[in-house]
Design a protein around this ligand. Sequence first.
Ligand code: ADP
Length: 331
Amino acid sequence: MTRIKRIGVLTSGGDAPGMNAAIRAIQLTAASYNIEVIGFKHGYRGLLEQDYKTLLPHHVDNIIQRGGTILKSARCPALQTVEGPQIAAATLQQLNIDALIVIGGDGSFRGALEIAKHFAGQIIGVPGTIDNDVDGTDHTIGYATAIDTALDAIDKIRDTADAFERIFLVELMGRHSGFIALSAGIAAGAEQIICPEMAQLTASDLKSIITPIQHAQLLRGKTSYLIVVAENSYPGGTTALADALTQAIGIECRACILGHIQRGGSPVGADRILATKLGAFAVEQLLQGEHLQMAGEINGAVSLYPLAKTAERTKAIDPFLVRWQQQVGSS
Ligand code: ADP
């Protein structure tokens, strides 16, 4: 086993429910090996500004159920300068930190790779983002909670849409991927799901959306109709899409942008378990000497994946559900 006395941990990029559970697992696992844990605040900013504190077991009491992150998160443009990674590495060296654990998405992992060029110690990533758009793990920490949060909201929109027999477009997060939209849309029984992986929409071609709406109206009469839309699916956004549809079919289509609600809330059980598993695995793999790897889970088993490859491919959304949705949604 590699001799490690002190590890650093930080949460970076978009926060995700379950990040606290991961911090807790890292602290408890490290403590069981007599390793000290230094928590850096506000993502990479904490490394650049030397804003940190030693995490003791009582600091992670009662945080497993809390959303957000006790270490705070941030985007840190200063790390993307030439000096940024050098300063970050110097902080780690100065504080005698043997290894760093970065909890975040693929952007944060790119930052970690830059720091590694100047840092003699080890670095491991833990995937924490609601978007689930990180290769090398079936699910990221926060994704399961975000689906349920979105679902709760969509179910409520369905109630009012049903009462008024309205067409609603609900925009969900996902940056450039449709994981949340597909999962929440399927679970909510949405009539249509629009995400970048399923169709490339253009402002001049809305036929693929309009035809199923008109079909449904012919078949079922006036009724509620929900379209779940992943962000960045349409030029100008979902409000522009709703306006364009209203114009095209002559029936009012309303847009509802769910926004940051999807990032908050108490993590669901699946996210707490995943975060605990990956946080603990990350510490144990550091002790095994691993470096520049991400701690992920594939088919229920913990596994390592090179940090440099986490954003190499576009992780595919479930092809079975995509096909099924397109089959029933367009009929
Ligand atoms: P996420 O980790 O959720 O994908 P971002 O893409 O916003 O989030 O990245 C988080 C942070 O990671 C950035 O604010 C920056 O500090 C760091 N980062 C991202 N890409 C790079 C890069 N190419 N070089 C250095 N740091 C980077």
